[in-house]
Design a protein around this ligand. Structure first.
Ligand code: KG4
Ligand code: ZN
Length: 342
C-alpha cells in the first residue's frame, strides 16, 4: 500500500508519500515562520490563506520526488485535528477532494498520534508497550501506549505546554519568534547557577501532572530585576529556564516508567528536538536501564511523514472515513481506538 499524507494543523504546510514496503519516498515541507515572525506568533487567518497557496505545489512535488502517479496511490491521509480550525480545513478539504477524484479512501488523522508514531520511521523503531513523552508547542503529556491507537493518558500540563514555556520566555528575553530553538541556542552560552527557577509539581504529590505557567512569571521577574538585560544575563536566564523545564520533564518521564513498569520511553513533539533534554533523558535512562527512542530532528516538529505513518497504519487495517471533510480544533487523544476495518 502506498499513500499520500497532508499536514496543515498550524504553521507548517507539508506533504509526504509513504509506501508499506519501500518506506518513506518523499516528504516536502514549507514553514510559514517568516510570515508570522513580525506578529510574534501564528496568526490563524494568515496561516489558513498560506496553506491554500502552498499545499497543492507541495503535493505535486512530493509525488514527483516519490516518482509516484496518483494511480499508484491507495489512500490519502490528512491531519483532521487538533489544531487551528481554518488551517485544518484547508488540508482536509484538499485531501478529501483528491481522494474522491482519485477514487481512493481518505482518513483523517489525529495530529498527536502522528507525533507519537514518528519514531516508527526510524530504522530501529520502538516496540509496544511503551511510555511516550509528548512535548510540543500546544501539548505536554505522558502517555502509556500499548499499541497503535491504544493510548492511556498518564498525566498532562494543567496550563502552559513545555514548548509554550520556551516560546513565552524567549519573547521576554527579546528573542524572535519562534523562540524555543533560539532560547536553546542562547542557553549554550549561559553560566549555570546565576538564576534559580522553580521546578513546578516535581515532588511525588505532583504525580505525573505538569504546570509551566509559573515559569514565565519567574523569567519576567528575573528580566525586570536586571537594569540592563545584557547578552550574558539573557544567556544565564535562558540556561536556567531550560534546566528547570528539562529537569521537570526527565523526573516525570522516569516516574511514569517506574509506575507502569515499561522499559521503553518514546519522545515526540517539537521540544523533543532540544539537545539538553535529549542528553538529560539519555543519562537518566542509562541509570534506570531504560531505552529512549527519538524521531530524527526534522520529524520532531510538525511534518507530513508522521501523518503518513498514522494514516497508513489505519488505512492498511481497512479503516477509512466517509465522504465528510473532517476537522476538529479539539480532539482528545484518549478517545482514539485501535485501527478497525470499516
Ligand atoms: O510539535 P511542534 O512542531 O508543533 C506543535 O504541534 O505544537 O512543536 C513546536 C514547539 C514550539 O514551541 C518550539 O519552540 C518548540 O517546539 N521547539 C523547541 C526546540 N525546537 C522546537 N523547544 C526547545 N528547544 C528546541 N530545540
Ligand atoms: Zn505538532
Amino acid at each position: 500500500m502506498r499513500i499520500l499524507a497532508i499536514e496543515s494543523s498550524c504553521d507548517e504546510s507539508a506533504a509526504a508519500v509513504l509506501d508499506q514496503q519501500a518506506g518513506l519516498l518523499a516528504h516536502e515541507l514549507f514553514s510559514q515562520v517568516d510570515l508570522h515572525r513580525i506578529y510574534g506568533g501564528v496568526v490563524p487567518e494568515l496561516a489558513s490563506r498560506d496553506h491554500v497557496q502552498r499545499l497543492l505545489p507541495l503535493v505535486e512535488r512530493a509525488l514527483e520526488v516519490a516518482a509516484t502517479s496518483p494511480a499508484q496511490l491507495q489512500g490519502v491521509a490528512y491531519t483532521a485535528g487538533p489544531g487551528l480550525i481554518g488551517a485544518l480545513l484547508t488540508g482536509a478539504a484538499l485531501a478529501r477532494s483528491l481522494a474522491y477524484a482519485w477514487g481512493v479512501p481518505a482518513i483523517g488523522v489525529h495530529h498527536l498520534e502522528g507525533h507519537l508514531l514518528a519514531p516508527l520511521l526510524e530504522p530501529d523503531p520502538p516496540a509496544f508497550p511503551h511510555v511516550a513523552l509528548l512535548v510540543s508547542g500546544g501539548h505536554t503529556m505522558l502517555v502509556e501506549a500499548t499499541g497503535i491507537g491504544a493510548y492511556h493518558l498518564l498525566g498532562e500540563t494543567r496550563d502552559d505546554a513545555a514548548g509554550e514555556a520556551f516560546d513565552k520566555s524567549a519573547k521576554l528575553l527579546g528573542l524572535p519568534y519562534p523562540g524555543g530553538p533560539q532560547l536553546a541556542r542562547l542557553a549554550t552560552a549561559g553560566r549555570p547557577g546565576r538564576y534559580s527557577f522553580p521546578r513546578p509539581m516535581l515532588d511525588r504529590s505532583g504525580g505525573l501532572e505538569f504546570s509551566f505557567s509559573g515559569l514565565k512569571t519567574a523569567v519576567l521577574h528575573a528580566v525586570r530585576a536586571v537594569a540592563d538585560l545584557t547578552p550574558h544575563a539573557a544567556a544565564d536566564i535562558a540556561l536556567e529556564l531550560q534546566s528547570a523545564i528539562v529537569e521537570t520533564l526527565v523526573v516525570k518521564a522516569m516516574r511514569a516508567l517506574e509506575q507502569t513498569g515499561h522499559q521503553t520511553l518514546v519522545v515526540a513533539g517539537g521540544v523533543g528536538a532540544n539537545q539538553a533534554l535529549r542528553a538529560a533523558l539519555d543519562a537518566a535512562a542509562r541509570q534506570c536501564g531504560v531505552r529512549v527512542y527519538y524521531p530524527r530532528l526534522e520529524f520532531c516538529t510538525d511534518n507530513a511523514a508522521m501523518i503518513a505513518v498514522a494514516g497508513l497504519a489505519r488505512l492498511a487495517a481497512g479503516e477509512h472515513d466517509d465522504l465528510a471533510i473532517r476537522a476538529r480544533a479539539q480532539w482528545p487523544l484518549a478517545s482514539l481506538r485501535c485501527p478497525t476495518p470499516h
